[in-house]
Design a protein around this ligand. Structure first.
Ligand code: HPA
Ligand code: ZN
Length: 324
C-alpha cells in the first residue's frame, strides 16, 4: 500500500503554506529575526501540538507565523514544502496563504506574495511542480477587513488564482462574506471556502448558494444532510478532505470513524490533502496511509482518490489530460 501511495501521481488542493512551518525552521527564523517564541526546545513545540479543537490549533498556528518576516522567509517556507512534494510525487499544488495574518502585524502583502511566488516559480522550473496560489480571508475578522484585503490583492492579481475562507468557523458563517465574495467573483477570482469542518451542514449550503464556491474545503459534515450529499454528487462539487487534520482537531473521533471512504463510495468527488502538515503529523502520503490503514480501502479506491485530486483542481481540461 505504502509503495502504491508513494508512486501515485497526486495533486494537493488544501494546504495552508503557513501550516508547513516545521519546528526546526520556526526556531531558525525566530533566532534570525529576533522573535520570541514560547518554546525552548523542539520537544516543547511538539508537546504543545496537542489540540482539542480548531481554535486550540489556530491560537498556536498564528503564534508560529509570527517568525515569518522577510521575503526570503516566505520563500524558504514554500521551497521546503515543494521539496517534500517532489519527494512524495505531488505534481500539482493549489496552496492557500493568509495575507491578513501577516499584514496585521506590519508585513506587506508584497513581501508575502513575492516570497511565495518566487519559490513556486522555481518549483515549476526545477522540480516540474505546477502550482496556483489562493488567498484566504480570515473569517473571524470583519467584512470590511476582507474588502480591504481584496483591494490590496488586486495589485498582484496575476499571481493569485482564487480566494478562500478560513480560520474560526462556528459563529462566522459564509453569509458574513457574501458581498466580498460577489466582488471577488466579479474580478474573476476562483472561489473556494472552508465549510463543514466544525460548522454544520448549513455552512456548506451557504458556501454553495451564497459564495458560489467551486470546491468545499473539508465539508465532512455534509453527511448530516442527505439532500446535500445528493446535491454534491449530482453537481460533482469536490470536497478537499484532510483526514489527519480532522482527527487531530477532533472534528472526527478517530480515523476509523472518518466518513471519507463512505462518501467516495456514494459518488462524492472527495480528495485527500494535508491542511497544515507541520502541525498535524504528516504530509499528503501520510494522510493517504492513515486512511488506508484504518478504513479498508482498495488499491482501485486509492487510485481514484489520486485521480480525483486532478479532476477537482483548477487545471484546464488540457492540463488535466496531461496528468492522467
Ligand atoms: N480550518 C480553518 N482555518 C485554518 C485551517 C483549517 O483547517 N488551517 C489553517 N487555517
Ligand atoms: Zn484548511
Amino acid at each position: 500500500m505504502k509503495e502504491l501511495i508513494q508512486k501515485l501521481p497526486k495533486a494537493e488542493l488544501h494546504l495552508h503554506i503557513e501550516g508547513t512551518l516545521e519546528p526546526e525552521l520556526m526556531f531558525t527564523l525566530a533566532q534570525k529575526n529576533n522573535i520570541v517564541i514560547p518554546y525552548k526546545t523542539i520537544e516543547e513545540v511538539k508537546h504543545a501540538y496537542n489540540f482539542t479543537s480548531l481554535q486550540s490549533f489556530l491560537d498556536i498556528y498564528y503564534a508560529g507565523a509570527n517568525v515569518l518576516i522577510t521575503e526570503s522567509d516566505f520563500f524558504d517556507l514554500t521551497w521546503a514544502y515543494l521539496l517534500t512534494c517532489k519527494a512524495q510525487n505531488v505534481l500539482h499544488v493549489e496552496i492557500f496563504f493568509d495575507p491578513q495574518t501577516h499584514t496585521q502585524r506590519g508585513i506587506s502583502f508584497k513581501t508575502v506574495v513575492d516570497g511565495i511566488t518566487q519559490a513556486l516559480q522555481k518549483g515549476e522550473i526545477e522540480l516540474g511542480i505546477s502550482s496556483f496560489l489562493i488567498m484566504c480571508f480570515l473569517r473571524h475578522l470583519s467584512e470590511e477587513e476582507a474588502f480591504k484585503t481584496l483591494q490590496e490583492s488586486l495589485l498582484f492579481k496575476d499571481k493569485i488564482l482564487g480566494v478562500g475562507l478560513d480560520s474560526s468557523e462556528v459563529g462566522h458563517p459564509p453569509s458574513k462574506f457574501e458581498r466580498v465574495f460577489a466582488a471577488c467573483e466579479n474580478v474573476g477570482y476562483k472561489i473556494v471556502a472552508h465549510a463543514g469542518e466544525e460548522g454544520d451542514s448549513s455552512y456548506i449550503w451557504e458556501a454553495i448558494n451564497l459564495l458560489h464556491v467551486k470546491r468545499i474545503d473539508h465539508g465532512i459534515r455534509c453527511d448530516e444532510d442527505a439532500t446535500l450529499v445528493e446535491f454534491l454528487i449530482e453537481k460533482q462539487i469536490p470536497l478537499t478532505v484532510c483526514p489527519l487534520s480532522n482527527v487531530k482537531l477532533r472534528a472526527v473521533s478517530s480515523m476509523r470513524e472518518h466518513n471519507i471512504i463512505n462518501l467516495l463510495r456514494k459518488g462524492v468527488l472527495v480528495t485527500i490533502n494535508s491542511d497544515d502538515p507541520a502541525y498535524f503529523g504528516g504530509y499528503i502520503n501520510e494522510n493517504y496511509e492513515a486512511v488506508a490503514n484504518s478504513l479498508h480501502v482498495s488499491q482501485e479506491e486509492l487510485k481514484t482518490l489520486a485521480q480525483n485530486s486532478f479532476k477537482a483542481s483548477f487545471l484546464s481540461e488540457v492540463q488535466k489530460q496531461h496528468f492522467s
